[in-house]
Write a protein that binds this ligand. Structure first.
Ligand code: AMP
Length: 223
């Protein structure tokens, strides 16, 4: 049984979804003067939305909620609280996904109170309708069953954390060593996907640097 369902997202899907999202925004008649990317997940989608809608003004705010892949922190925070004047402008918040919705809810509140745009709407590629506390004004895909979207821009970070979790929550209790192939098999069991080979190797090297494992050819010693 898969413990954390994961969908491995390709770059092509990102382009397809943001193109679709831009089309929906355009057809709604909303013409934003400025796009606000929610860091870090909204960066790439926001940049593509700017391209598809021909928008030059792009800024960002870091509203952080999930500190680790598929594990959320207690509450969302605005990391760097700075002020800009958006009076008289129509703004569009762009994020990759609205899951609990807490990050965009907090970002929206902060921007309305401190940056004061004339109008502010929210767009995301995915909206997890079964859990989100807010429905974005625009979304490309409604997700009904929760899944972790493994976006290409967090691939190494996610895969490293996924492996670490297998080691800490299962393997270490049972053994002191494993092999690359056995660990990969565990990865499939836990997440329902194969880790991409190059990222798998990079993640193992990172975990060795962090002192979590020691690599000896195909053998992995758990430390
Ligand atoms: P949230 O505040 O729960 O709506 O999520 C905040 C951010 O965490 C999102 O913008 C994503 O960058 C990341 N995130 C949350 N849930 C997921 C998920 N199911 N798949 C991929 N990334 C996620």
């Amino acid at each position: 049984m898969v413990k954390v369902p994961v969908k491995l997202v390709t770059w092509d899907e990102i382009v397809e979804w943001t193109r679709q999202l831009a089309k929906i925004i355009k057809e709604s008649g909303y013409k934003p003067d400025v796009v606000i990317a929610i860091a870090r997940g909204g960066y790439v989608p926001a940049r593509l939305i700017c391209d598809f809608l021909g928008i030059e003004n792009l800024l960002s705010i870091q509203s952080q909620h999930w500190t680790e892949a598929a594990k959320k922190a207690e509450k969302a925070i605005i990391k760097f609280q700075y002020k800009v004047n958006l009076e008289g402008m129509k703004a569009l918040i762009v994020d990759d996904i609205v899951d609990t919705g807490e990050s965009v809810i907090l970002a929206k509140k902060y921007i309305e109170e401190n940056w004061k745009p004339k109008e502010l709407r929210i767009a995301a590629m995915q909206w997890i309708s079964s859990v989100a506390k807010i429905k974005p004004d625009y979304y490309a895909i409604e997700v009904k069953e929760w899944v972790w979207f493994q976006y290409p821009w967090t691939r190494l970070e996610d895969i490293t954390q996924f492996i670490k979790r297998i080691i800490n929550e299962e393997l270490r209790e049972k053994t002191t060593k494993t092999t690359k192939e056995q660990l990969k098999q565990k990865f499939r069991e836990w997440y329902g996907i194969d880790p991409p080979q190059d990222y798998y190797e990079d993640a193992l090297k990172l975990l060795e640097e962090q002192g979590v494992i020691e690599l000896q050819g195909d053998q992995i010693l758990l430390k």
